[in-house]
Design a protein around this ligand. Structure first.
Ligand code: B12
Length: 370
């Protein structure tokens, strides 16, 4: 007699449907439904540990990761609140823990090596690093997961103490790149290879490479790089940032960082002059405006650090989108850029970056109106 055979995969609803259901659960702050959905997806009925691990990895990377990314797009489009975004992240973190518990029995018995996964100092986006850590565990690595914003000196002390084979540094926000550079060279200086990853390092990893770190796009890439073996840093790896980034010698980055408060204060005054209506802003609105200008100056400083106008232009056009979604005209960014141009007229690289961002902003607006 022949029976129709069904695999666990055929029985499971399509992943796109699962994604939609997880999305609904996290956005309704429905933690219990999200957890039971993830547990059910992990429970494929497979006894083979390899299959259990594969299913778990797929849940991490094809279910939870895209749900988190969608949180970002919907927040940017002003379709969900900051509170929903926080709740969604908390629920997804809990789902990852539940999955780790449910699959602990299937982890490989022998370890491929010991690695440390940490976010650079100041970086709050721990979830991307956590996904990488869990995938590496499933693939047989012993992982010390240190979580968000790890101060460099404590990271280095941990590496010393444990003798880890490599450190994986995660960063999502480009303004953390200067501090990431310090962490990279500090780890390499004690002979530990560094693999960097996360959105901050650029889609192609260009900033990681400029800072002489290895780079991988994602968790699978991280596993591959580790399995192939990372090169041990040479004895002379201790260095100042300008050895990797010689343009820092022009001091533009250092100066902009040093006078940042003044730049922000003056830009605020200039914007107020241009928009007298701003004088009637509430304390709360003023604080948000100061925050926005502060953020703009931080991105400008970072673009100077890595010498890449694209980094700033991408940020300015992204901010324009965020503002427009909240019915604030993107044109309100121009007076800030003009003020910074005037204040930094003696800094050729800053002027060029600001000019390019103004053009991009104008192109964006004419693209929207044409
Ligand atoms: C949740 C979230 C938060 C949470 C983070 C909580 C937590 N526990 O993680 C909180 C609320 C704290 C937060 C704060 C902020 N956030 Co936020 N956040 C997000 C959000 C929605 C999801 C992050 C996430 O988990 N992504 C999911 C994973 C899957 O992302 P991933 O990068 O693709 O990860 C993969 C790879 O990058 C890679 N990878 C990652 N790390 C590593 C490391 C190594 C070694 C390797 C090899 C690979 C690797 O593998 C991962 C798995 O495949 C993103 C949106 C987004 N698209 O990511 C915004 C986002 C990153 N945040 C953003 C912003 C602006 C902020 C704030 C500045 C907001 C503010 N004004 O306060 C602060 C900054 C705080 C700080 N100092 O770091 C922006 C950044 C935009 C930009 N141009 O810089 C984003 C993109 C939102 C948006 N749509 O615009 N945020």
């Amino acid at each position: 007699m022949t029976t129709a055979t069904t695999t666990a995969d055929d029985e499971a609803p399509a992943f796109s449907e699962l994604r939609e259901r997880l999305w609904q659960a996290v956005i309704d702050c429905d933690e219990l439904s999200a957890l039971s959905l993830v547990r059910a997806a992990a429970d494929t009925g497979a006894c083979d540990p390899v299959q259990v691990r594969r299913a778990a990895e797929r849940i991490l990377l094809d279910l939870i990761a895209p749900t988190q990314r969608r949180v970002g797009t919907e927040w940017a489009a002003n379709k969900i609140t900051v509170a929903q975004e926080h709740a969604a992240t908390a629920i997804n973190e809990r789902c990852i823990s539940a999955l780790a518990d449910a699959t602990a029995h299937a982890l490989p018995e022998t370890s491929r090596g010991r690695v440390v996964v940490a976010c650079v100092d100041g970086e709050w986006h721990a979830l991307p690093a956590r996904l990488v850590a869990e995938v590496l565990r499933l693939r047989g690595w012993r992982v010390d997961y240190l979580g968000a914003q790890v101060p460099t000196e404590h990271l280095v002390a941990h590496l010393h103490h444990t003798g880890a084979d490599a450190v994986l540094l995660s960063s999502s926000i480009p303004t953390h790149l200067p501090i990431a550079h310090t962490a990279i060279s500090a780890c390499q200086a004690i002979g530990v290879p560094v693999l960097a990853g996360g959105a901050a390092f650029g889609e192609d990893g260009r900033y990681a490479r400029a800072m002489r770190a290895e780079w991988a796009l994602d968790a699978a890439g991280a596993h591959l790089a580790l399995a192939q073996g990372l090169e041990r840093p040479k004895a002379d790896a201790a260095r100042l940032p300008d050895r990797d980034l010689p343009h820092l010698n022009d001091q533009e980055y250092t100066m902009v960082r040093r006078v940042k408060r003044q730049l922000v204060k003056q830009a605020l005054a200039d914007v107020e002059d241009g928009f007298p209506a701003m004088r009637d802003y509430s304390e709360f609105q003023r604080e948000r405006t100061v925050e926005d200008i502060d953020y703009i100056v931080s991105y400008l400083a970072t673009a100077l650090y890595v010498d890449d106008a694209d980094l700033f232009t991408t940020f300015v056009t992204w901010t324009a989108g965020i503002l427009e979604a909240r019915r604030v005209p993107a044109a309100s960014l121009q007076p800030v850029l003009v003020s910074l141009l005037r204040q930094l007229s003696d800094f050729p690289r800053a002027v060029s970056i600001l000019d390019q961002s103004r053009v991009a902003l104008t192109d964006l607006r004419s693209g929207q109106t044409s």
